[in-house]
Structure formats: C-alpha cells, structure tokens
Design a protein around this ligand. Structure first.
Ligand code: ZN
Length: 509
C-alpha cells in the first residue's frame, strides 16, 4: 500500500506525543482480501508518518477486533506493552470494501514507555481502595474482577489495576483504575450510567394541547401546530454514549436513517428529522415505566428487551405491531402516526398483549379485544391530561387528516363510550376488528370509570396472563373477574359483573 501525502490530508493533531490523533480525506490503494492484513500493510507503509513505527511489531502480536459494516471494514488494534493493555491505547484503521484505507485514528502512546510494570501495593489493597472509593465495605464485596494494565496520564503511562465492580441494587457496573504504585484512584466511572436528551414532543397531541384551537386545519389540510402545542421533556436511560435513541426500555434505531445527536438535543419541532423517533421514545419509555410501577418489573417485567420501533416505517396512513419482528411500525401517511401519542400507545398495547400472550388476536373476538385494549390503554394513560369531553376519545390529532373523522365533535379516530353491546358484534368475514373492538373498549372504559385508573389497569392487564391467542369476549370477561379475585380478593366483582351484563358479555356468573 502507498504512503500518504499528509499535506493533502485532514489531520487532528494529538496533544501529548506530537503524533496525529486522526487522519482522513485520503484513500489508499486497494489492499489484500483480509482486512487485518490490509490494515497492517497500511500501518507498515505509514508508521513513520503516524509516529507509531516503534509500536508496529507489538500491534501485530494479537489479532485485532474487526467490525464489518455495510460499506466498510473497521480494524481495531489494541496497544499492549510488556504483555499488558494500554488503557485507551487504540489504533484503528478504516477500509472500504476494496480494502482501501480512508481513515486512521491513533490513541497509542509511542514515547517514554517504562521498561517494567512495577507495583508497590498488593491486589488486596487495590480492591480495598476501589471499594472504598464507592463507599462499599469489603465484607459485602460484590462481584469483581481485576487486571493489570497501563494507564496513560499526560505523557506517561502508569502501572495500574483495572477493577470491575458489578452491583445489582442499585444496578451499576463500575470500572475503577487504581495506581499500582501509589494506590491512588486514577479514574472511575459507572458503565451503566445512562445519558438523556432534551426534546420537544406532543403530550399526547396538539388537539389536546389546544382543544379550542380550531385553526389546526385549514381548507382540509392539517396545519403546523403552534409553539405551545409542545412540551419540553427528557428522553432518559439512553445506552452507551447516548448519541442515538437506543435506551433501556425502547429503541428507535431500526428507523431508516435513525437520528443521531451528539449534543443530545432535539428541540425544533414536528418538522425536524427525528421528531417521530423522539415521540415514540418518550411515550413508550414512560408507558413501560408506568407498567413497572404497577408491579411488572424484575422477574415480572412484561418486556424482556427494549421495545424496537421504526418511527417512519411506511408511507401508508397506518401503523402496526409486527409479532414476528416484535417491532412497532409507524406510518407517515396523513398526519404522521407517531405524532399522536395515543396511536403510539395503542400499538404498544398490541406489543403488551403479544409479550404476555404470544400471537394474541387469532380469532375475530380476540382481534377485536386487541384493538379495544389498545384504545383503552391509550385513553387510560392520557385521561388525566385531557379535558373531560376528550377523555373517552382516541387519537384526535391523527383524526384531523381524515375528512369524516375531523367533523366529529370532538374530532377523534374512535370513541370508548359507544352504546354498543355484544349483540352488535359483526361476525361476518369482512367485519372490521376496530369497529368490533369498540364494544370491548367500551366495557373496559366503564370498568375504568367504576374502579379508577390504577385498579382498572392492574386488573385488565393481569387478566391477559390466563388468555390465549384465540380467546373470546366471555373468557376475557371471566379472566378480568379472576384477576380481581387474585389481586383484590374479589372486591369489585359486583361492579365488574354489572358492566359485562350491560354490554351483553358473558356469562360472568
Ligand atoms: Zn391496532
């Protein structure tokens, strides 16, 4: 491979060793098929220029880590000295698919390397120092591991112990570096500590934020919502460096071109790229936290993994939960679906049912219960933020893009207080499960009004655990009675039976 002409490249100079930290805007000649061999060839031809020629034989000793992305290879070489890793001492070579290098980064320490790794404190003492820095007593020693490493500080590298301390309550994973000669703490950080973003979102949507604000539509078109339709919120618990909306409870990184923000802010509004992701992230994260407060946490957690979302997944005016992908997909036809938090929670309702009861909805009644539960879950969650006349309604912002729905008073996609009973259930093959679902959501909404949000939510969610994917209204109703017996010693049995009798659902005696 050819040597670089550094004058033509872009360079970020390093502070301490006079060597470049990052070099780009070049493309080498194509390398051999193995990206590792190609990376070594590139470094061999450019070691002098990069100021790391003296390290090359050490960098060759172990096979580096190789990441393959769609368009490139990324070869990550760890600097080692006298058999021990140098903390942050990486050299990375980035190659395109023809193995032409186009970027190289170096954090390696090339100068004044000690001739011996010397320790003056024992491993025991290093452990005690590490635990002491976390105010933990050695008697309750949590799981730990210890390694000898080099720790760079300014120009020199120092012998150090790298100690990992893993703790369940509160959950943390500390990495602590202790100076092997002095016992001083060189660095400590909690690897599980999470980043958050500041974002502007709708909560749940612009119609609720300004219910009398009719000009949200003009000549049949939905207009851009006014500034006070937004609320500034925190998107919490992001993983890693937190540059993407990839968190502990939800991840939107499946979205096409997912949003990346290095300053962790997304505050412009609904026309800004990433707005739908921020909406999905915020509302799903908060809803799953709410499930945790109901008791669905630890071994009872409903979701084993963060809920995956593609926030702009289709151009249709439609959204769905994909049971095979375990993923929520939001459409951008009409009003972008993920701009209405009630639509987001409706789809999350499907995910909740599928997580508890795999493949829920394989009969017409079960499918209707799925739609009814999604509407209920959204309406229950947002009721305390809505004016009374909007409480029994679902998705008023999404409704504005539909001429028929926007004429409603108030406008909404569906209601939860239709007078329908089980008698009007349409069993024909062309029946609409959303329509039929309004019988079920109306029963659930009556339960909500009779028992209050928290009791109703717990009973209704817990009832799913004894259902199967082919269930029916009558069995669903009996499961709700059983859940009340299990959770509340049947305190609400009469109120519940009244609701189901009124809606013609049963028998529930
Ligand atoms: Zn649905």
């Amino acid at each position: 491979m050819n040597a670089l002409n550094l004058k033509a490249c872009r360079i970020i100079p390093g502070k301490n060793y006079g060597t470049p930290k990052e070099v780009w805007r070049f493309r080498s000649t194509p390398g051999p098929a193995d990206p590792v061999v190609a990376a070594h060839e590139f470094l061999g031809a450019n070691g002098e220029l990069l100021g790391i020629a003296s390290l090359l034989s050490d960098l060759r000793k172990r096979r580096p880590r190789v990441l393959e992305s769609l368009g490139a290879w990324h070869v990550i070489l760890q600097q080692r000295h006298l058999g021990r890793a140098v903390h942050r001492g990486y050299v990375t070579v980035h190659l395109d698919k023809e193995r032409r290098a186009y970027l190289v980064k170096s954090r390696a320490v090339p100068l004044d390397l000690p001739t011996k790794w010397v320790s003056r404190i024992s491993e025991e003492r290093a452990w005690r120092e590490a635990l002491g820095s976390l105010s933990m007593s050695p008697s309750k020693a949590p799981a730990m591991s210890l390694k000898q490493v080099w720790f760079p500080a300014r120009k020199l590298i120092h012998p150090a112990y790298k100690i990992r301390v893993h703790r369940e309550q509160p959950r943390s994973e500390w990495i602590i570096y202790v100076h092997a000669e002095t016992g001083r703490i060189l660095s400590k950080y909690d690897n599980l500590a999470r980043v958050s973003w500041t974002a502007r979102v709708f909560d749940p949507n612009p119609v609720i934020a300004a219910p009398e604000w009719q000009p949200l539509t003009q000549s049949g078109k939905v207009r851009r919502p006014p500034d006070d339709a937004y609320k500034t919120v925190e998107l919490g618990d992001l993983k890693g460096r937190g540059d993407r909306l990839d968190g502990a409870r939800v991840s939107t990184t499946l979205t096409n071109h997912p949003i990346v923000s290095r300053d962790h802010r997304l505050t412009t509004g609904s026309t800004q790229p990433g707005f739908e992701e921020a909406m999905a992230y915020y509302h799903i994260d908060r809803a799953v936290r709410y499930l945790e407060t109901l008791g669905y946490t630890g071994p009872r957690a409903i979701f084993a993994d963060p809920v995956p979302v593609t926030a702009r997944g289709t151009r249709q005016d439609n959204s769905w939960y994909s049971p095979s992908m375990k993923c929520l997909v939001f459409g951008t036809g009409g009003v972008d679906d993920a701009e209405d938090a009630e639509v987001i929670l409706h789809e999350l309702g499907h995910a909740i049912q599928d997580a508890i009861c795999p493949d829920f909805g394989q009969s017409s009644e079960a499918a209707a219960m799925g739609e009814g539960f999604g509407d209920y879950f959204a309406a229950s969650f947002f009721a305390d933020r809505k004016p009374a006349r909007f409480q029994p309604t679902f998705a008023s912002w999404d409704a504005l893009s539909s001429p028929a729905l926007r004429e409603g008073d108030p406008p909404c996609t569906r209601r939860l207080d239709e007078p329908a009973t089980y008698e009007s259930f349409d069993h024909s093959p062309r029946a609409d499960e959303h329509e039929n679902g309004q019988i079920w959501s109306a029963a659930l909404w009556e339960i909500w009004n009779a028992l209050g949000r928290e009791v109703a939510d717990r009973i209704i969610i817990d009832s799913h655990f004894q259902l199967d994917g082919f269930t029916m209204f009558a069995r669903g109703a009996r499961a709700i009675l059983d859940a009340d017996a299990n959770l509340f010693q049947g305190q609400h049995v009469e109120a519940l039976r009244d609701v189901f009798r009124r809606r013609g659902i049963g028998p529930v005696e």
